[in-house]
Design a protein around this ligand. Sequence first.
Ligand SMILES: [Zn+2]
Length: 272
Amino acid sequence: MPRFWPILMLLAPAVAAAAELPIVDAHIHYSHDAWSVVPPKDAVAILKKAGVKRALVSSSDDEGTQKLLAEAPDLVIPELRPYRRRGDQGSWMRDDSVIAYLEERLAKSRYVAIGEFHLSGADADLPVPRKTVALARQHRLMLHAHSDADAVERIFRQDPDARILWAHAGFESPARVREMLRKYKTLWADLAFRTDYASGNKVAPAWREVFLEFPDRFMVGTDTYTPDRWSFVVEHAAKARGWLADLPPDVAERIAWKNGETVLGGAYAARP
Ligand SMILES: [Zn+2]
C-alpha cells in the first residue's frame, strides 16, 4: 500500500479542485489604504485562489474599484460607495457633497449598485440618503445597505421598487430576516461578517429554515473592510464551502454563487 501514496497525493489536489464549489463574493472592499498592501494583481490572484468567480467590489473612494475592474473585468462587478475616505461612514448621510460625488461618478462609469453604505433607523429619511435612493432609482441601480431592518423599511417606503442587497442581513435575527424577506420581494441579503448561521460545518436550525424558504435571496461575502481582511478571502471561501455542504446541493449552489451571478451579474449585464 505505501507505494501508492505518492500517486494519491498527486491526484488529491485535482480531485479537490474539480469538486470545489465556485463562490460569488458579494462583499469585497478595495479602499485607498488597501492598494499598497495588496496591489491589484495580488488582489485578483487572491480572489482566483479562493475560487471566487465574481465579486461585488466597492471602495472608498471609487478608485480602488476601478483599479480592480481594470485588472479583472470578468471578475469584478463594480458598485459605487458614497464614501471618499474611510471616515465618511459616520458622516455621509449629513454631507451634501456626497450627492455631487455620486452624480459625477455615475456619469463616468457603470455600476450595479450604490453601496455598501452604513445607515440606521430614522437617518434613512435624511435628505442625503433620500437623494441617494432617488439616484439609484433614476439609474436603475441596486442599493447595498448596511442597515437595521428599520432603515431598510424606510428605504422601501421611499421607493417600493428599490432592489436592496442587505449587508450582513442587517445583523438581525433569522426570524426578523425571514419576516423581511416575506414582506419585500426585491430584498436580498449577504451573510458577510457574521457567523451565527453555522457552527463549524453545521447550519443553525433557525437559519436552515430561512435558507430553505428563500434559497434565492442569500449570498456569501468576506467583507474586506480593512486591508488585512484580504488575507481572509481564501479562508472565507473554504469555510463557506464547509457549511454550505450541510444544505441540499441546489440550495448550497444558489447561495454560493448562482444568486450572485443571477442577481448581481444579471443586473450589471443589463446596465446600459
Ligand atoms: Zn462592508
